[in-house]
Unconditional design. Structure first.
Length: 612
């Protein structure tokens, strides 16, 4: 993968320089990315990256490393980077400007600058979290890496697990940053930097999404600028000197990226799709419509239950902490299809939903807001007393359920279907496990993020929430790790800084107009995208795990065997697992299958790392 790692000990207490190579080897173990390193008696840095997407610098008592595709907006620093390398320009710029250097840096990046003379280290990642960077303090030394596994190779690194993180993993199906599965390791949030000074760590945000909701421009002006930005973003996301291709699910975002790829290159782009032989899950037809419309060189693959069985331990191995998004499996097979076709870099459409209002739950919350926005006197004094005496069945029962849900405050209403909330943590986890856990913490942190958003409208508050929990914590790691496992690089043109800034200034009603999702996006591209794609509902690469685990023997054996082993760890109650697999899964395979997958992948991750 494209990543960096290193350690810093300004007191120079005798750390072995060779450790850096062992740490860096973890970054290259799946895709064999070339490793480079610089080291001194007091610290070391290393990168693992292909296609020149990394740079190192060493001079006197300074070390610097950067990976990704960062670029300076400042002409002078951009020129320095061209002549001497990005790492040199960053190190020099940091000497002059300190953390303000990040205001002049765009693109995707993770960076580390170590200055022994000042006794200070500086770590940072890009605005949307396309790159990852974690850190810990081990015996007075700062240790950092793009993965937790790289930190784990530092001699004496603590491997104590965080029960809170495991609880939160089951809640979210991933571990949300800055928490990690290890008790003393933290992950940088998008748009943040860390300064380590004299053994003390200070984390600061240098960028946050700030929505400008009162600007008005003509639709024509917006459309023209948007389409220019899309084309530039796709061009910037292409890997120079590599074979580029694109994911193509048949959805709005992936189709847009594939179409723009054709416009940029003037050639038929390579596109790749995944299908499932399962009712309600296969969207290959839409991908074929998009491929025909843009004349792509299209390849497709149908994932089978046997493929899932084979992929489960690989997915667990490539993630540095438990990860429970089952669509990692089809993403991996799609990337593998591209790799077998000679592609080096895949362009993904991730981010479009969270920037332009494309998730179905946005429309659902709008429907609830029609009631919750009514005057309280009307709701509490008239409607609810009347509704409470109606029969709790049929249409009146639906009305009562609607009122009950709509009456919940946001963002609790947003996550109303969370299985941990519905079952209750005490019914899922053992009492001993919960002794060191705050079950209310996930919901509280979500509420803080929602209320702290720099937004006024409902849609922008939801987008701010999803930029972290759906995109940075979930979808980006899913795509990046699945591509790493397949030996392919991944880029995300819709996360281009200029396109993100454009979306922040787009009026809320152009993102969600009533229940019409991504209204402006579709209107601006109505003569570019196929009509069928414009009109379709959102789907993606969702895996039919629930239905398959009931009917496919080997998959059921792997899932139930994993859950049987998980029972022995004292984390999840045995009676909950029994009820989940014998009662709930049979009643609603799709809904409860998610919990089966999440717990199975927890056990698979623990097993892969030989954690007792």
């Amino acid at each position: 993968m494209s990543g960096l790692c290193g350690w810093f000990d300004p007191a120079a207490r005798g750390s072995a320089n060779a450790n850096i190579l062992t740490m860096a080897a973890t970054l290259a173990r799946f895709d064999q990315s070339p490793v480079r390193n610089k080291s001194a008696r007091w610290g070391a840095v290393a990168t693992a990256a292909r296609n020149a997407n990394a740079d190192l610098f060493q001079e006197g008592e300074r070390l610097a490393a950067v990976c990704g595709r960062g670029r300076f907006s400042d002409p002078r620093l951009a020129d320095v980077a061209r002549r001497h390398g990005l790492a040199y320009a960053l190190a020099e710029g940091y000497l002059q400007k300190g953390p303000e250097i990040l205001e002049l840096l765009a693109g995707t990046f993770a960076l580390a600058i170590l200055d022994r003379t000042a006794g200070r280290a500086f770590l940072a990642i890009d605005r949307l979290g396309s790159s990852s960077l974690c850190y810990s303090v081990e015996d007075g030394k700062l240790v950092f890496g793009s993965t937790l596994d790289a930190i784990g190779e530092f001699p004496g690194a603590s491997k104590e697990l965080s029960r809170q993180a495991i609880h939160d993993y089951v809640y979210f199906h991933m571990v949300p940053g800055p928490l990690t599965v290890y008790a003393n390791r933290r992950r940088l949030l998008p748009g943040t930097f860390v300064i380590w000074d004299g053994g003390k760590v200070k984390t600061t945000s240098y960028w946050e999404m700030r929505f400008i909701e009162n600007e008005r421009q003509s639709t024509q002006q917006l459309t023209e600028r948007f389409r220019r930005l899309l084309k530039t973003s796709v061009s910037d996301a292409m890997q120079e000197g590599a074979q580029n291709g694109a994911f193509l699910s048949g959805g709005t975002d992936s189709t847009t990226v594939a179409g723009m790829l054709r416009e940029v290159t003037g050639e038929a782009p390579r596109t790749y799709s995944i299908g499932f032989d399962a009712a309600g899950f296969d969207e290959m037809g839409y991908a074929r419509i998009a491929a025909r419309h843009f004349g792509t060189r299209h390849r497709e693959y149908y994932v089978t239950p046997d493929d899932v069985v084979g992929a489960i331990p690989r997915i667990a191995a490539v993630h540095d902490q438990p990860f429970g998004n089952s669509s990692a499996v089809p993403t991996y097979y799609c990337a593998k299809l591209a790799r077998d076709d000679g592609v080096d870099t895949l362009l993904g459409g991730d981010g479009g939903d969270e920037l332009f209002g494309g998730n179905e739950r946005y429309a659902k919350q709008y429907r609830y807001s029609l009631y919750s926005d009514l005057p309280a006197a009307l709701r509490k004094g008239i409607i609810e007393p009347f509704a409470s005496v109606l029969p709790a069945a049929g249409i009146t029962g639906k009305v009562q359920r609607y009122i009950a849900t709509a009456s919940m405050e946001m963002p609790a209403r947003y996550d109303n279907y969370n299985l941990v909330t519905r079952f209750g943590p005490e019914n899922i986890f053992t009492a001993e496990f919960l002794e060191d856990v705050d079950p209310a913490l996930p919901a509280a942190e979500v509420a803080d993020k929602y209320r702290g958003a720099h937004a006024q409208s409902l849609i922008n508050h939801m987008l701010a929430l999803d930029l972290k929990y759906t995109l940075a914590d979930n979808d980006l790691p899913k795509v990046i790790r699945s591509c790493e496992l397949a030996g392919v690089g991944a880029t995300f043109p819709l996360l281009n800084d200029d396109l993100v800034a454009f979306s922040a200034r787009l009026p809320p009603e152009l993102k969600l107009r009533g229940t019409k999702l991504r209204y402006f996006f579709k209107q601006a591209l109505r003569d570019f995208l196929p009509g069928e794609i414009i009109r379709k509902t959102k789907h993606g690469f969702g895996l039919p795990f629930g239905p398959w685990v009931q009917t496919h023997g080997p998959l059921r054996k792997r899932a139930l065997g994993s859950l049987a082993d998980l029972k022995k760890r004292g984390i999840v109650r045995g009676d909950f697992i029994d009820q989940l697999t014998t009662v709930h899964l049979n009643s609603h395979a799709g809904y409860y299958g998610t919990m089966v997958w999440t717990l199975m992948m927890l056990e698979q991750w623990l097993r892969h790392r030989a954690i007792a």
